[in-house]
Design a protein around this ligand. Structure first.
Ligand code: ASP
Length: 440
C-alpha cells in the first residue's frame, strides 16, 4: 500500500474547526498514515501563535517575571480545542510539568517544543492514532546540530511496524535528553525526515495556500500557481526569497527522491504544487517555472588591463572578501573586468578596508562599489531546451525602459540572474512575468 506522510502547519491546526478539516483530509485517504503536526498557529491576523506565547513565557521566567498570563492563554487555547473536538483528554498534568519547568530552570527550546508536543497529543487522541514523541528519535548532537543519519535509523526503527502515528514537529533531543528545536517553521523538516525514514511514496505539506506561486503576489497581480517544480528549481527560487516551506525540508526527501506536494487545508480539492526530482517526461508545462528576487545588493567592480593573463587575480579578490567574512552571490567577469555581487549589509561595515585591500593587493585601474542593486532570478529547467526565452526576458525589460546592470546565467542553464537598480525592481519583475510566464 502506498504510504504518505502528511504535515499540517500551524494555520491548518489553529482551532478545533481547522483540526477537523485536517482530520477529514487524513481520513479520506488511508495512505495518509504518518502525521506530523505544528503547534496551533494564528486563527486570524490579530491572534498569537502558541509557539510565540511559549517563548514569551520563557522570556518572562528567565527575567524572573510573572508568566501566568501567557501560560493561561496557552492552557485556555488547548482546553477550548479539546472541548470543541469532543475528546476526553486531560492535559493538566502536562501543564503542571511546564509550569514547574518555567519556575525551576526555564529553557527556550524545551518551552518552544511544547506547542507541537501538546498538539500532537490532542490530534492523536482525536484521530485515534498512536503518538511518538520526537524527543525519542530526532537526535541533535551535543553542539546542537541535527544528526540526520542517527535520526533516520531511530525513526525507521520506531515506525517500522506502526500503522498510524502522530509525530510532533519542530524538535528533537540531545543524548542527555535536552530538547533542541530546528529554526522557526521547522515542523516542515520533521515531516521530511519522517518521510525519508518510513520510505514514503509522497510527502504532503498542508498549509494555507494552494501551492507555490510563480511570482510574489505583492509585486505581480494574481500570479499563476506552479503545478510542477523540481527540487533544484525550488532551491534556486527559495534562495532568491520565494518561500513556501522551510529550506532544510527539501534535503531529506531529495536524497531519496520522495516528491513533496504542497496542499491547502482550506481548499483540499486543489492539486497544489508537486516538488519532484525531475519534471514528468511528457510534461508540457511552462519553460519558466518562476521568478523571485531580492533587493539590498552591492557590486564591487574591478578593472585592470591584461587581467586575463594574471593567474590568481579572481582568487585573490574572493579571498579578500572571505577574509572579511563576506559571502559572494554572483561573479560576472569580462576580459579585463570582474564584478562581485555581495549583500550590502555584509559589505557596509568593512567597505573602506575591503576597497583599500583590493587596491593594495591587486593594483587595479578601477575599483568601485555600486549600491542599491536588486537581483532577479528567472528559473526554469525548460529554458535549456527552448530558444528565445532569454531574448524574451531582455526584450521585456528593455521595453519597460529599464537598464540592466548585470546578467549572469547559472552554469546549469536553469536560471538567468538579472541585476537592476532597486527602483526598477518591481517593474522588471512585472514585465518579465507578463512576457515569459503569463503568456507561456
Ligand atoms: N511552531 C513552530 C513555529 O511557529 C514550528 C512550526 O510551526 O513549524 O515556528
Amino acid at each position: 500500500m502506498p504510504r504518505t506522510v502528511v504535515k499540517f502547519g500551524g494555520s491548518s491546526l489553529a482551532s478545533a474547526a481547522q483540526i477537523k478539516k485536517a482530520a477529514a483530509i487524513i481520513r479520506s485517504d488511508e495512505a495518509r498514515c504518518f502525521v506530523v503536526v505544528s503547534a496551533p498557529g494564528k486563527r486570524d491576523s490579530t491572534d498569537i501563535k502558541i509557539t510565540d506565547l511559549l517563548y514569551r513565557c520563557c522570556d518572562l521566567a528567565v527575567a524572573g517575571l510573572n508568566f501566568d498570563e501567557p501560560l493561561a492563554l496557552i492552557r485556555d487555547r488547548f482546553s477550548e480545542i479539546i472541548t470543541e473536538l469532543g475528546i476526553t483528554l486531560d492535559l493538566e498534568a502536562e501543564m503542571e510539568t511546564i509550569r514547574a519547568h518555567l519556575s525551576e530552570n526555564p529553557q527556550r527550546d524545551y518551552m518552544a517544543s511544547r506547542g507541537e508536543y501538546l498538539n500532537a497529543k490532542v490530534i492523536s487522541a482525536y484521530l485515534g492514532f498512536g503518538f511518538l514523541d520526537a524527543a525519542r528519535c530526532v537526535v541533535f548532537r551535543d553542539n546542537g546540530t541535527f544528526d540526520a543519519e542517527v535520526t533516520n535509523r531511530n525513526l525507521s526503527a520506531a515506525l517500522a511496524h506502526a500503522t498510524s502515528v502522530v509525530v510532533p514537529g519542530f524538535y528533537g533531543a540531545m543524548n542527555d535528553g535536552t530538547i533542541c528545536t530546528f529554526s522557526r517553521g521547522g515542523s516542515d523538516v520533521t515531516g521530511a525526515i519522517v518521510a525519508r525514514a518510513v520510505g514514503a511514496d509522497l510527502y504532503e505539506n498542508w498549509t494555507d495556500v494552494s501551492g507555490m506561486l510563480a511570482a510574489d503576489p505583492r509585486i505581480v497581480h494574481n500570479p499563476r500557481s506552479i503545478d510542477y517544480i523540481t527540487y533544484q528549481e525550488l532551491r534556486e527560487l527559495a534562495y532568491m526569497g520565494a518561500s513556501v516551506m522551510h529550506e532544510d525540508a527539501v534535503f531529506p526527501v531529495r536524497k531519496v527522491g520522495i516528491p513533496i506536494n504542497i496542499r491547502n487545508t482550506n481548499a483540499p480539492a486543489d492539486a497544489g504544487t508537486m516538488i519532484v526530482p525531475a519534471l514528468p517526461e511528457n510534461y508540457t508545462g511552462q519553460r519558466v517555472t518562476g521568478i523571485a528576487g531580492k533587493t539590498g545588493f552591492s557590486s564591487i567592480h574591478v578593472e585592470k588591463s591584461m587581467m586575463n593573463s594574471e593567474v590568481g587575480f579572481g582568487a585573490t579578490l574572493l579571498q579578500i572578501l572571505a577574509s572579511h567574512q563576506i559571502p559572494f552571490e554572483h561573479c560576472p567577469t569580462g576580459i579585463d573586468t570582474i564584478s562581485v555581487v555581495v549583500g550590502t549589509d555584509h559589505l557596509a561595515p568593512v567597505r573602506e578596508s575591503v576597497v583599500e585591500e583590493i587596491s593594495a593587493r591587486l593594483h587595479p585601474e578601477i575599483v568601485k562599489v555600486e549600491d542599491n542593486l536588486a537581483m532577479i532570478a528567472v528559473v526554469g529547467e525548460g529554458m535549456v531546451f527552448s530558444k528565445g526565452t532569454a531574448a524574451g526576458i531582455f526584450r521585456a525589460i528593455s521595453d519597460a525602459g529599464i537598464n540592466i546592470r548585470m546578467i549572469d546565467q547559472g552554469s546549469s542553464e536553469m536560471n538567468i540572474i538579472i541585476g537592476v537598480q532597486e527602483e526598477d525592481y518591481a517593474c522588471a519583475i512585472n514585465s518579465i512575468y507578463q512576457s515569459v510566464i503569463r503568456t507561456d
